[in-house]
Design a binder for this molecule. Structure first.
Ligand SMILES: [Fe+2]
Length: 267
């Protein structure tokens, strides 16, 4: 049973319309318990793009955890990016989103890593507020013993080996270490438009960094459009990779991940 479908980098405004219908159909077949959207719902942060993203997500009748990406701030409005970079995102995404999902052996939360501006030339890179990360990790750690813990954010926290470019997330390594220390099992991210599954290099190395490809964008970086499905089993986590073959999505690969052992009480 699919606990969670992770879709990322939808980039409405630059989406492939054929894939929109194909994605909706495949998610319906998988019937997940929840959906994680790991950022970049829009291309330029325009109102119409958010409305298209919102209309699409509203057709998916599942709890939705939605993290913002760097494309979800108004690209051409520097004043808005300084004053309230996520106003459009919150207005159109918050009504259909949940802050926390708990079910099907999984607890999940989002963490914002996107910024409207930064004190470095490339404001599109990620940054972590460690107080926020600590609070989210502590909440996840309080889940029932045998539940897998998942955090959803846009930017990879540590540069993945499979990355086509380095995400260079500010305070990302400190956040990754903190999450590993708190026993978070999955860190689900987007941004790179390529999929990967790698252990974060901290603690028992059973905190897995999972990247998703772009679900709908025509901006591909060496792999087809795709998304991930997460299945939580008592002693392992399976991450299935779905790729677009043009007009439909099909299972292309699967990562079978070792799970941290926990006591079974409290489930
Ligand atoms: Fe991004």
């Amino acid at each position: 049973m699919t606990a969670l479908v992770q879709i990322s980098d939808l980039h409405f405004g630059a989406e492939d319309p054929v894939l929109v219908d194909a994605l909706e159909e495949k998610i319906g077949e998988l019937a997940p318990h929840a959906i994680a959207v790991s950022g970049d719902l829009t291309q330029k942060g325009r109102r119409g793009e958010f409305e298209a993203a919102s209309a699409f997500l509203s057709r998916l009748p599942y709890p939705k955890l939605i993290a913002a990406g760097n494309h979800d701030t108004p690209l051409f409005n520097i004043f808005a990016r300084i004053a309230d970079p996520f106003a459009r995102h919150h207005k159109r995404m918050a009504p259909g989103a949940v802050a926390r999902f708990c079910g099907e052996r999984l607890v999940a939360r989002t963490l914002n890593t996107a910024r409207g501006v930064q004190l470095r030339p490339d404001w599109s890179l990620g940054a972590v507020n460690l107080d926020h990360a600590e609070a989210v990790a502590a909440d996840l750690a309080a889940a029932p013993g045998n539940f897998a813990r998942a955090l959803i954010c846009h930017h990879p926290l540590v540069n993945p080996a499979a990355a086509p470019f380095a995400p260079r997330t500010r305070r990302g390594e400190a956040a990754a270490q903190l999450l590993a220390d708190q026993g978070v099992d999955l860190v689900l991210t987007g941004h790179l438009h390529v999929e990967f599954a790698e252990p974060l290099p901290y603690g028992d190395r059973l905190t897995w960094a999972i990247g998703s490809g772009t679900a709908l964008s025509r901006r591909l970086r060496g792999t087809p459009a795709g998304f991930n499905a997460v299945i939580v089993e008592p002693d392992r986590i399976r991450v299935q990779i779905f790729h677009s073959g043009g007009s439909r999505f099909d299972l292309a690969d699967e990562h079978v991940l070792e799970r941290r052992r926990r006591e079974q009480s409290g489930a």
